[in-house]
Design a binder for this molecule. Structure first.
Ligand SMILES: Nc1nc2c(ncn2[C@@H]2O[C@H](COP(=O)(O)OP(=O)(O)O)[C@@H](O)[C@H]2O)c(=O)[nH]1
Ligand SMILES: [Mg+2]
Length: 170
């Protein structure tokens, strides 16, 4: 695949939102790294997978969900064409989700909210739809391959050509 066909999409979300699951579902051959931090009690997790869409590769990165790994999210997010904010709709809305949402808005990154775990008992997607009523929102279940691929491809098709003229997303 030539360099001019690359598209980078980064998944943000809290610990346990389903980022690793989503990357694995989208690309069964994806890679997952867990690096121990100093002290050995916390791990920084990174997921990477690829999906071929209309002859172009979409490169998907999952970020660490712990609040204190902002620096890692900044590094992984560099040069992204678009972002997915993945939310576990069986958990309450919290400040961290708002922080991730507000950061994407402030950075003017095209993003979509995936409301995840909609298959679960106790899922409350309507709460999040109300909370983020201005954003593009899709209900998914990250364990469902068809749903996840459809949601990714629909979002990727909305992305403008890459900011760098040498690597357009389309
Ligand atoms: N029922 C259900 N469970 C899910 C879904 N997505 C993720 N999970 C589960 O949620 C837990 C956390 O997922 P994980 O991918 O490790 O979250 P991460 O910390 O964001 O990477 C795991 O036990 C997953 O199996 C989903 O769509 N439906
Ligand atoms: Mg993970």
């Amino acid at each position: 695949m030539a360099d001019d066909k690359k598209c980078k999409i980064v998944i943000f979300g809290a610990f346990g939102a389903g980022k690793t699951t989503l990357v694995k579902t989208l690309d069964p051959e994806s890679s997952h790294v867990e690096a121990k931090c100093s002290g050995g009690t916390t791990t920084v997790a990174l997921d990477y997978g690829r999906v071929l869409m209309n002859g172009n590769h979409i490169h998907i990165f999952g970020t660490p969900g712990q609040e204190r790994f902002e620096f890692a999210r900044d590094i992984i997010g560099k040069g992204m064409d678009g972002a997915i904010l993945l939310i576990d709709v069986t958990s309450p809305v919290d400040d961290f989700i708002h922080h991730l949402h507000d950061s994407l808005c402030a950075a003017r990154i095209p993003f979509v909210i995936f409301l995840n775990k909609c298959d679960s008992v106790g899922a409350r997607p309507e709460l999040f739809k109300k909370e983020f009523s201005d954003a593009a929102i899709t209900k998914v279940s990250a364990i469902d391959r068809k749903q996840s691929l459809e949601a990714l491809c629909t979002f990727a098709q909305t992305l403008p050509p890459h900011r760098n003229a040498h690597s357009p997303c389309h």
